[in-house]
Write a protein that binds this ligand. Structure first.
Ligand code: UFG
Length: 328
């Protein structure tokens, strides 16, 4: 029996695929390679296809004997989702419905789903727990919340068992340095700082210095991509063990400001980074910090790379050896 990993050639998907492969598990990756990279999943079974292609999904499930799914494939840029909502509603919501149709048709009833802190929007309290109010401020966040609701309805009606994992800020790279983050365009803080270090950008823009935080810049909870990957495997195995559907946050429970992240990169790499203070980026909440107590308690999840230094060291190790990402 195999695990189908949609979006498995992407950043978090490929890290999860490698963890599963290292455990000797049977997997098949399904990715349209619009954002993913074939080289990230070298030597793994890969079906190149779109989520909207229900028939190809059904064929893949049958051919590889799939009995569970980890579903990463989605559009994931907040800014783009506001400019082009159609792309997000079709690819994320309709795409997921197509996947669920194929699963239902082929009697596959276990799925681990990539959700996001963006489902909460501006938080009502810190740290954010799973019961906090969900008022997403972006189309991206709304599509992810809708997909959680669809999963809940499918559970009630058809017995689909799911775990939705609401990630905070995924960062870092595989400890071996063989895979890492490679987005085009890049919008995330840590990889952009790496591009400044590599001379690919002149400076890092700090978006907003007047937030109600100690140094005026936004605070985020950074979580290592391999710790995220491990959580997917724990969640999947819990579903195999008969666990009911669940929703969990995934973060380290520590917040770092944009300035603290830049300072830590300087400390880890011994290099100076040119910074420029700019206005706020629309839609950015001031502080996002997770409570991950629920997954720690219920699934014994233990993050291994939980310091900002470790996260940045692994990111730097990837970027300095792959300045052009997977195009090297
Ligand atoms: N930032 C800068 N300069 C940059 C890039 C980012 O100052 O060049 C700041 C942002 O304003 C933000 C922080 O760095 O305050 C982190 O920004 P990222 O873009 O790295 O990450 P976000 O917190 O915006 O995004 C994350 C996830 C999204 C998710 C979102 C929910 O990556 O998938 O949290 O708010 F939707």
């Amino acid at each position: 029996m195999a695990i189908l990993i949609t979006g498995g050639a992407g950043y978090i998907g490929s890290h999860t695929a490698w963890e599963l492969k290292d455990q000797g598990r049977d997997i098949v990756i399904y990715d349209n390679l619009s954002r993913g990279h074939r080289q990230a999943v070298k030597d793994m079974p890969l079906v190149v296809g779109d989520l909207m292609d229900t028939e190809l999904l059904e064929k893949t499930i049958e051919e590889y004997n799939v009995d569970s799914v980890i579903h990463f494939a989605a559009e994931s840029q907040v800014g783009e989702s506001m400019a082009d909502p159609q792309k997000y509603y079709i690819n994320n919501v309709s795409g997921t419905l197509s996947l669920l149709k194929a699963m239902k048709e082929k009697n596959v009833n276990k799925i681990v789903f990539s959700s996001t802190a963006a489902t909460y929007g501006e938080p009502e309290r810190i740290p954010i727990d799973e019961d906090s109010a969900k008022n997403p401020t972006s189309v991206y966040g709304r599509t992810k919340l809708m997909m959680e609701q669809i999963l809940t309805d499918y559970d009630m009606a058809y017995g689909l068992k799911f775990v939705a994992l609401r990630y905070f800020n995924a960062a870092g790279a595989h400890i071996s340095g063989k895979i890492g983050e490679d987005h085009a365009p890049e919008t995330h803080l840590i990889p952009i700082i790496m591009q400044v270090l590599l001379g690919q950008r002149d400076e890092i823009s700090i978006f907003g210095t007047d937030y109600p935080t100690p140094d005026g810049t936004c605070i985020r909870d950074y979580i290592h991509v391999t710790d995220l990957a491990q959580a997917h495997i724990l969640a999947l195995d819990a579903l195999y063990d008969g666990m009911e559907s669940k929703i969990y946050n995934l973060g380290n429970g520590n917040g770092f400001s944009v300035k603290e992240v830049i300072d830590t990169v300087e400390k880890v790499t011994g290099k100076k980074i040119q910074r420029v203070e700019k206005g706020r980026r629309p839609g950015d909440p001031a502080v996002l910090i997770a409570s991950s107590d629920k997954i720690i308690k219920e699934l014994s999840w233990k993050p291994r790379y939980n310091t900002l230094e470790q996260i940045i060291e692994t990111a730097w190790n990837w970027h300095k050896n792959h300045p052009n990402g997977f195009d090297n």
